[in-house]
Design a protein around this ligand. Sequence first.
Ligand code: SAM
Length: 266
Amino acid sequence: MSSLAELREGYERFDPCAYLRNNYLPPRADFSSEEFVVPWKLRCLADTFASGEIRGQTLIDVGSGPTIYQLLSACDHFEEIVATDYLAVNREELGRWVRGDPGAFDWSPFIQHVCKIEGRGEPWQDKERRLRDRLRRILPIDVHRPDPLGAPLDPPADALLSAFCLEAVSPDRAAFARALLHVGSLLRPGGHALLLGALGESFYLAGPARLPVVPLALADVRAALAGAGLALRELRSYEMPPALRTGVDDVHGVFFAHAQKPPQGH
Ligand code: SAM
C-alpha cells in the first residue's frame, strides 16, 4: 500500500502526453463501436445530460487532468465550467487546448462523436467553441484537503463531475471516501454529482510515472457516496474487453455513478 507522500512523489513524474496516448488514442478511443471504452464513457454522460435535469450556473470538474472529453455533453447545460487539477503540467495542457495553441491534443474526433450521439445535428465546431468559451477557470486542487480549492467555491457548484481521479490519488478506500466527502462540499444542496472511475485497478502508467490506484468494487462506490451524503440515482458498469487490456494499467472495468446531494432541509 502507498502513502499520500508516495503518491504525490509519483505524480511529479506524470507525463500528460503519455497519459493521453495511453487512454485517448486507439485502441481505447475507437469510435466505431460502443463496445470500446471511450464511446461507453461518452454515452453515459450524453444520456445523463440529455434529461435536461442537470443544469445551472457552474459545473466543477475535479481532477480534470489533461482531458476535456468529460465536459462535452456537460457544457451545453452550464454557463461556466471550472476545470481543476493538482498538477500544473495538466492545467497548462488544458490551457493550450482552450487557446487552440498548436501542439494541443486533438479532441475533434471526440467532439464529432458526442455531436453524433447527442443527435441534434449540431456542427461539432459549435460545441468546441462553446466549451472553449465556458471553460474560463482552470484551478489547482487537492482532494485530500477538506477545502480542496483552498477556499470555498462561491457560490457552490450546481454540479460536480470527476473522472478517474479519486481512486487514482487515494492510498486506500478510506482515503477515497474522505476525498469524495471533501469534493462533495463544493456542491450546493440539491446539486448533482457524476463520477466515472476505474474498477479493480491497482496501477496505471503515465510515461515514467507508475501510479498506484485503490482497487474499487461497485460496493465501495456505493458506500463512499452514501458516506458523503450523496443519494445514488444511477450506477452503470463496463467490463474492459481483453483487446483493451494493453498493459498501460490493470483496470478491470469502469463505473459511472449519478448521485444527488439532498436539497436543504431534507
Ligand atoms: N480526469 C482525467 C481523465 O478522465 O482521464 C484525468 C484522470 S488521471 C487518472 C488522475 C488525475 O488526478 C491526474 O490529472 C492528476 O494530476 C490528478 N491528481 C493527482 N493528485 C491529486 C490530488 N491530490 N487532488 C486532485 N487531483 C489530483
